[in-house]
Design a protein around this ligand. Structure first.
Ligand SMILES: [Zn+2]
Length: 641
């Protein structure tokens, strides 16, 4: 059939709040965002389900279903009946019970590209290409992890590495010595020095079987050391890169022997520091990024082998916070990721038939977790620190702006464009010591080794916003009797949390504390959530997760970003009504004339449409045509008698 719109790109930006975008546009930055907002619909009251967490909300965005319906109720999920401290990292489609938009579209013969979309691991609609999806970036994965900690999203081949003569946390300390036993040294190497670089492959998901030691040669010229040569062996002919301080190498591609076979991977290095006397050296390796193994079909990765940037894992990038490098070099890493997403998406859009692109970039959220407080003018009172960190956030958004421009360019003018975030982020505040509060009140007990003493525990926190009672017959070591005792203990714990007053601030940290049944108003329900659901109010809570979507702090909010532009949409509309993330799927389906996925609960945002009545008018026109046809037929038939 001919559709009124047959192409859509959905560009996901993790943790972006609308205020941040508008503020930068006001300063004359972000031309692509400005163009999209001027030509499309911008939701002033976009709302995200609770908890304001990545996997549930990205799943809501592509199913149109509440987390209670699709089943992903946290970064981690808990299966009823399993021990209360057992959870599973919710990065695969196995945990989702709702139909995805890409499946509904696939059944209609549409071709989908799903790229770095969180929780899409396992997706495979007919004719589609799936790139990554098992973590928050390519080459990282949380598949199969059962221990609740986002630090566990681990990398292929490995995370970033630093080799330095001065001691740095998580770095290899190295020594500069006179170069000896080198082959093929050029005449002009002078009194060269060398540094042995024992690669240490941090955070490797699959261990590297053959650990290599590479070598850095420091040639001397007129008594000065101002460049370096990275070599695989003490042989100048094995050189991988020639380095000058402060400049990135070209992309280096090498093979690594892992415990699951040989893989090819790309990375860049930068000589961050080299003293004139050659005695102080600091050499940085980006994560070593596998060039295959993360696409369905397998050979889709081959097509992306040579695209610009790096398919880099990012969850554990800490080179700025560890003091390894300054803000500029660190922000270059996010540019490399955005460049890769833009180039990979553009290549796939230009090289084949496609109808829908779903992609996501995580850097704004990672940065928010690390530096949002420092970059917020209402929170950070130190002007120099504010300047540096605001500059970093701005650079990240500018990099994203360029990425969106490249992708929308490749998609063409007739495509529906959706730019969306899963939740906003606002400066973090105090934590709430939930474990201690429960312990002090006698509901939670620990053994001497720090583990939970289940035989004396009635209530225990789990995941981001839940408290579970330890219920007999339901939980493996349950002690709370179902029925009367359950209700009594639950009421006591709810009262305890609601009435808790922080002795330091005299504030009550809880925005709400609800029984499981009452949490249905938040869109979470059933036995996949805690017996008690709570949310913190600012200043309490992290940048997102435990705060409601309407929470605000500093200059930012937890509201997600929603911009839509393209055919059949109003132009330059600042939409005032609520726009839930779950309204995207039905609105997209309406514009593209697609069947709505089975479990979708959101609704079409009629107010965003140029002509909300288009379908009814179409039906009436058909009816008129049919009646006229019938009249003509009848008069022709009767006339013939
Ligand atoms: Zn997120």
């Amino acid at each position: 059939m001919t559709r009124r719109c047959s192409k859509m790109v959905l560009i996901g930006l993790d943790g972006v709040c609308p205020e941040a975008i508008l503020r930068l546009i006001e300063k004359g930055k972000l031309p692509t965002f400005k163009r999209l907002i001027d030509n499309g619909v911008f939701a002033e009251n976009a709302l995200a389900p609770y908890p304001t967490i990545t996997p549930p909300n990205w799943t809501t965005i592509v199913t149109g279903a509440w987390p209670g319906t699709h089943g992903i109720t946290g970064f981690w999920v808990h299966n009823p009946g399993e021990p209360l401290d057992k959870t599973h990292c919710a990065v695969t489609t196995d945990f989702c019970h709702a139909d995805y938009l890409w499946d509904a579209a696939g059944k209609e013969g549409m071709k989908c590209i799903i790229m770095n979309y969180p929780t899409s691991y396992g997706a495979n609609p007919p004719g589609s290409v799936v790139i990554g999806g098992s973590g928050l970036a390519i080459n990282e994965s949380g598949v199969g992890l059962e221990e609740e900690s986002s630090e566990k999203l681990i990398c292929t081949v490995c995370n970033e590495q630093l080799f330095a003569t001065d001691g740095y946390a998580r770095a290899a300390t190295v020594e500069v010595v006179g170069a000896e036993g080198w082959k093929n040294l050029p005449q002009d190497a002078g009194e060269a020095y060398e540094v042995a670089l024992p690669l240490y492959y941090p955070d490797a998901r699959v261990p590297v079987a053959e650990r290599q030691t590479w070598h850095l040669l420091l040639p001397e010229s007129d008594g000065i050391y101002e460049r370096a040569v990275l070599c695989k062996e003490r042989d100048y002919d094995t050189r991988l890169a020639e380095l000058e301080p402060g400049k990135w190498s070209d992309r280096i591609v090498e093979a690594f022997e892992t415990e699951r076979g040989r893989v090819e991977a790309a990375f860049k290095v930068q000589l961050l520091e080299l003293s004139d006397d050659g005695e102080v050296v600091r050499l940085y390796f980006t994560p070593i990024c596998r060039l295959s193994g993360w696409s369905v079909p397998d050979d889709a990765a081959d097509e992306l082998r040579h695209v610009e940037g790096l398919p880099m894992p990012g969850s554990r990038l800490a080179s700025y916070s560890l003091g390894w490098m300054g803000p500029d070099a660190h922000m270059d890493l996010y540019d490399m990721m955005h460049d890769w997403y833009a180039a990979a998406a553009a290549k796939l859009l230009r090289s084949g038939e496609w109808n829908m692109l779903f992609m996501h970039a995580h850097p704004p959220d990672w940065l928010a977790h690390r530096i949002l407080n420092e970059s917020d003018e209402l929170i950070n009172q130190d002007p120099e620190s504010l300047r540096v960190h605001d500059g970093m956030m701005t650079r990240c958004y500018e990099s994203i702006d360029r990425m969106i421009a490249k992708i929308t360019d490749a998609a063409g003018d007739d495509a529906l464009v959706v730019v969306v975030s899963d939740h906003g982020t606002a400066p973090k505040g105090n934590g709430f010591p939930l474990r201690k509060v429960l312990e002090d009140a006698g509901y939670l007990a620990h053994k001497d080794d720090g583990s939970v003493d289940w035989s004396n525990t009635k209530a225990v926190p789990q995941r981001v916003c839940y408290v579970y009672l330890n219920v007999k017959g339901r939980d493996p070591s349950g002690i709370v009797e179902p029925g009367e005792e359950y209700e009594r203990v639950r009421d006591e714990v709810i009262d305890l949390l609601r009435n808790y007053v922080d002795p330091k601030t005299a504030l009550r940290p809880m925005a709400l504390v609800l029984k499981r049944e009452d949490a249905r108003v938040l869109g979470i329900y059933g036995d996949i959530i805690g017996d008690i659901v709570y949310a913190l109010r600012p200043p309490y809570g992290g940048v997102h997760g435990q705060r409601l979507t309407t929470a605000k702090r500093g200059t930012a909010s937890l509201n997600p970003l929603i911009i839509m532009t393209g055919p059949y949409l109003k132009k330059g509309l600042r939409l005032k009504r609520n726009f839930w993330l779950l309204d995207l799927v039905p609105t997209i389906c309406h514009i593209m004339e697609l069947p709505v996925p089975e479990h979708t609960e959101g609704a079409v945002i009629h107010q965003a449409l140029e002509d909300p009545d288009i379908d009814r008018k179409g039906r009436e026109e058909l009816k008129r045509d049919y009646e006229e046809l019938l009249r003509n037929y009848n008069s022709a038939t009767l006339g013939g008698v």
